[in-house]
Ligand binder design. Structure first.
Ligand code: KG4
Ligand code: ZN
Length: 360
């Protein structure tokens, strides 16, 4: 079965092809540089870029895989959560293609797709505990099967990636800044007392990262010399320039390492708590953009190993938004016998994605 994945939830436009569960080809266009000028994603610009790029990328992916549009059996489309205008561009493209070719349509939950992404590299085992850490979400799920997810915990305010991006912004690093904070902290021993571990002294599985961001902001208010002077540094970084350390580089690296540690440690505490509670779990899956973070990867791999669980962390390129994960999740849903109709709706951020597919 040949499945095309379409991803337009935020600022990456992607299409990918998967045949019988195996990756064939992908074409991906990042809008990061366009939005970086504004310090965050501008929804209207994102929609227009998706609209402009989708036909180009579609032709590219067909050529890469040496297949024709008529060969596609099903179109898997990211239906949300995300920016509604952006999602609608992908949804319209998917529906148009299905109408023209007779392919089936299957809507995919973007967050579930992130967590299923490691299955593109190695067989995923179930039941698994899934930690989804992205720019907009921090969720813990019980993954009973590729199509049965139960949400156990979520962030009450900022997502982990949002905390990274906001702290990076305070330092005048380019958007999205998570990876620069990761780079800055390499090889530096964190000060574990520098920042508080927020919202861990309770018995739930929810997160709150806004207090950590405020703690960094308060520290920086007293140490303004730690921030990069202005956006010209940011421009050179965005253009691929090296991260030049200032005279206060060591202090900045210590702050970055301590912040990274506080995020990874908070995630560890809640994941260990969830693992203590959930029975029969055989794997720990960590996915989403922040799963590319070296500290989060090391901490979570250690948790899995210490409990005898399979550690399933996709390689960094599969952690951030991509269409291969959408095609893969759609393939798994199709293989389980599910389909949607052409009345399929896109779901904006803040609304739960309904489980409204039907047995084919
Ligand atoms: O999953 P993703 O690509 O998009 C969403 O669906 O949100 O995640 C993007 C997030 C951004 O907040 C970005 O700063 C963060 O992932 N990120 C990282 C790293 N690489 C990407 N955060 C920390 N360390 C990294 N190495
Ligand atoms: Zn995502």
């Amino acid at each position: 079965m040949l499945v095309l994945g379409v991803e337009t939830s935020c600022d990456e436009t992607g299409v990918a092809l998967v045949r019988d569960g195996r990756f064939l080809a992908e074409a991906l266009a990042s809008q990061t540089d366009i939005h970086a000028v504004f310090g965050g994603v501008v929804p209207e610009i994102a929609s227009r870029e998706h609209q402009r790029m989708l036909p180009i990328l579609f032709r590219e992916v067909l050529a890469k895989a040496d297949v024709a549009a008529a060969d596609i059996d099903a179109v898997a489309v990211a239906r949300g959560p995300g920016l509604l205008g952006s999602l609608l561009v992908g949804m319209s493209f998917a529906k148009g293609l299905c109408l023209a070719t007779g392919a089936a349509i299957i809507g995919v939950d973007h967050l579930h797709a992130h967590l299923l992404a490691p299955g593109l590299e190695a067989e995923l085992r179930f039941p698994a505990l899934g930690l989804l850490v992205s720019g907009g979400h921090t969720h813990i799920y019980r993954m009973q099967s590729p199509t049965e997810f139960t949400l156990l915990g979520r962030t009450l305010d900022d997502a982990a990636g949002e905390a990274f991006d906001k702290v990076a912004k305070l330092l005048n690093l380019p958007y999205p800044g998570g990876r620069y904070l990761d780079d800055l902290s390499q090889g530096v021993e964190p000060d574990t007392a520098m920042f508080p571990l927020a919202y861990v002294h309770n018995d739930n599985l929810d997160f709150s990262f806004s207090g950590l961001k405020t703690a960094v902001a308060e520290r920086l208010a007293k140490r303004p010399h730690l921030a990069y002077p202005a956006m010209h540094e940011a421009d050179s970084l965005a253009a691929g320039g090296a991260l030049a350390l200032s005279a206060h580089g060591e202090e900045l690296a210590l702050l970055a390492a301590s912040f990274n540690w506080a995020v990874a440690e908070t995630l560890r505490i809640k994941v260990e708590r969830a693992l203590d509670r959930e029975s029969g779990v055989v794997a720990l899956v960590v996915a989403g953009g922040v799963a590319a973070n070296s500290h989060v990867r090391a901490t979570m791999t250690q948790v899995a190993v210490s409990r005898g669980l399979a550690a399933c962390l996709p390689r960094p390129a599969l952690c951030t938004d991509n269409a291969a994960m959408i095609a893969h999740a759609g393939s798994l849903a199709c293989a389980a016998g599910y389909r949607h109709g052409l009345d399929l709706e896109s779901i904006p951020r803040g609304r739960a994605v309904p489980r409204d597919w039907v047995r084919a």
